[in-house]
Design a binder for this molecule. Sequence first.
Ligand code: HEC
Ligand code: HEC
Ligand code: HEC
Ligand code: HEC
Ligand code: HEC
Ligand code: HEC
Ligand code: HEC
Ligand code: HEC
Ligand code: HEC
Length: 497
Amino acid sequence: MTRKTLKYVLSIVAILLVALTAGVVVASTKTKTELPEYLGSTSCLGCHADKFENWSGSLHATFTQEVKSLAELPGDISTLTPELRAELEKVDVIFHGGRLMSQDLVTGEYKYLGVQYDEATQTYKAFDRKGVSMDATCGGCHAGQRDPVTGLHVEAGIGCESCHGPGKEHILGRGAVDKIWNSVDPTKSCASCHSGYNQAPGASRFPIGYRPGMTLEEVGFVANTFKADGAPVAMHHKGAVPQWQASAHASAALTLNANDHASDRCYECHSTEYVLAEEAGQPFSVKDHPVNDGVTCVTCHDPHGSNVPGQLRKPAEELCASCHTGELGDKETFTAGSTLHHPQAEMLAGKGAIGVTATVGAHTEITCIECHMTGMNHQMKVLKPADVIGTTTKDTCTTCHSNSSPESRDVYLSMWQDSTVGKLAALKADIDVVDAALKANANALTAEVKAKYAAAKTNYTMVDADASKGAHNFEYATKILAAAKKDISAAKAALGK
Ligand code: HEC
Ligand code: HEC
Ligand code: HEC
Ligand code: HEC
Ligand code: HEC
Ligand code: HEC
Ligand code: HEC
Ligand code: HEC
Ligand code: HEC
């Protein structure tokens, strides 16, 4: 038997099992029906074993978990009172390591038991919300799909079908690709749970009637608001999707689509579909396959889980630096005459400028996300002290410099940025003068002066394109601009300007 056939047989066995179980449950509650639409993640195992295995260890799969036997429960259950023990015997599901629930076989809801586990003390105690439905408040985001006919949860945690939609037709079609939702677009794959609560009075916190592939608008769900200054909403449900939508990452492919000079290679850092195709070693051309996706969630996160915390594809430092780089690579310095783009990684590290000693700055050891994702905000925006003075919001710098006031932090940051912006403007004016002279007479400078001038221009673009206006490594930026000034001034003098 080939591997493919084996996979197929395995999956059919899985379907039959699911169908049988479903049949039994259905018969005991409502009228007997067809194979359910949602089959649960185990039905995918046979054909997508790798995805299944990676996903099983992810928080999506484990946050809300089925309890098959009491032995799987945490802590010591032998000391429970008979009443609490009787409650515990009914357990079907454990939520976030503590809340215990049983599934109501008539309505399908997960309802809290009168007992819960306290992680802090590692003991069981009575719970006063016995009988309250978890589905009404949290289940739409924290539990697996419910079968539309029976109302029963197909699985406890967030499974394949929570993101890919119902699997029945895909499986009956033996892997028909047009019968399963598969998209890198967060607004249609992640938004139903990662947009925060709907805070309208009386409304459901999570979208009802939603399935992957739909937008929230289609089900009339009003996503959580977040503060446009990038400050996180004051609750754990921060809404990564709306924050991301407000970031430049969301429009990264559109930027290129609007750019006449963009070639395929440019999409390497601007499009998720491109990044994933390249990783999989598949050829990809935007001419055959136009994209408007941008840097979406799955550029950075692997929804099927990974060994890196936060389901990241790479450790955060490597991740940001893989695109926010002037592509210095193993070289010691950039090539004189080149125009640099986004050399944030090199600037922070304090290396790459031509003829300038490498310089470790005060923040070289700090990662990008420590300043750009304060409170896990996905807008990637630094909250500058000046933005928050007079408000209760904490600026980015507070995480580490809590002993100073925003006013004093603002003084430093403004000093760094004003000084850098001023020097950049002055150099730009000088560069324009020299370039104009060289345009009129290409031989106006000796080869030696010309070479130094080319290096100085590259150095200038390093500070300019870093775009932090000196904030990433003020000491290094200052040295680079001083070196550039010397050589550009020499060129100007040689021209008699
Ligand atoms: C949190 C949402 C989420 C969950 C859970 C999830 N997926 Fe995906 N899956 C995605 C997204 C988004 C993509 C497209 C991006 C990509 O390829 O990584 C995708 C892509 C895929 C692909 C096609 C791409 C490839 O590499 O072949 C397969 C097959 C797949 N998923 C199967 C599964 C299976 C099986 C499970 C459950 C074991 C699962 N997924 C769970 C979101 C999810
Ligand atoms: C059905 C709701 C739902 C969908 C759809 C969903 N998530 Fe989640 N996600 C959650 C919840 C709830 C958590 C918190 C842990 C848990 O309950 O699983 C979470 C946690 C995460 C985490 C944190 C994991 C960790 O280890 O810290 C990441 C990253 C994430 N989701 C990304 C995504 C992406 C990307 C998508 C879309 C491709 C997506 N999720 C789709 C509900 C969802
Ligand atoms: C609109 C969808 C949604 C609803 C409704 C929802 N959650 Fe969450 N929850 C999430 C997502 C997504 C995460 C993942 C982390 C994040 O985005 O902050 C999460 C994370 C969590 C966490 C882990 C993070 C932490 O702060 O420790 C807990 C605990 C939690 N939720 C509890 C609940 C409870 C209890 C309810 C019901 C009262 C609930 N949630 C309702 C979507 C939701
Ligand atoms: C009978 C085997 C089989 C089963 C069971 C199966 N798939 Fe697939 N699936 C395939 C095949 C074959 C493809 C074609 C792409 C490939 O070669 O990986 C595919 C492709 C996919 C894709 C990518 C679609 C695209 O647009 O390229 C996703 C997503 C996916 N499956 C999810 C699932 C989920 C979720 C389940 C469980 C509900 C599931 N599959 C169960 C065989 C199966
Ligand atoms: C796949 C490549 C890629 C990765 C990975 C990436 N970025 Fe970006 N980033 C971009 C692109 C491309 C843009 C510009 C998009 C545009 O303007 O169209 C951008 C823009 C930004 C901006 C905003 C600039 C602005 O003007 O608003 C910040 C800040 C940023 N990224 C920070 C980060 C951080 C922090 C990380 C790591 C967590 C990261 N990026 C990871 C490609 C990437
Ligand atoms: C190595 C990754 C990478 C590649 C390759 C890349 N970009 Fe970008 N691009 C970025 C990042 C990161 C940003 C955000 C920079 C910032 O805000 O400082 C960006 C921003 C931009 C912007 C908007 C900001 C600006 O500088 O005006 C444009 C336009 C752009 N890129 C065009 C292109 C073109 C055209 C190409 C191909 C010639 C290309 N990019 C190739 C990573 C890349
Ligand atoms: C440019 C890269 C990037 C993009 C794009 C991105 N994330 Fe993240 N995300 C990160 C990083 C880095 C972390 C921090 C992980 C850590 O340190 O544990 C993170 C953390 C998270 C967490 C855990 C937050 C918590 O409170 O623990 C969730 C949930 C999440 N992201 C969801 C999403 C969703 C949904 C999207 C798309 C709307 C998305 N991310 C887009 C880089 C990214
Ligand atoms: C010590 C904090 C800090 C660290 C670490 C840091 N940044 Fe910044 N970054 C800033 C500040 C401050 C600005 C200027 C913001 C402004 O003027 O609005 C900035 C500006 C930027 C910009 C210009 C667009 C914008 O948002 O203004 C990009 C892009 C950027 N940083 C990316 C990165 C990347 C990538 C890394 C990691 C290699 C990184 N940063 C590390 C603080 C930091
Ligand atoms: C993740 C931690 C962290 C964050 C966030 C952070 N810093 Fe720092 N900062 C440090 C460390 C570590 C040092 C070096 C050790 C020292 O001198 O205390 C430092 C040093 C400094 C110094 C003194 C060194 C010098 O060059 O004069 C200033 C000023 C400073 N930071 C300002 C800021 C500002 C402004 C922000 C916000 C944009 C910020 N920092 C964000 C950790 C951080």
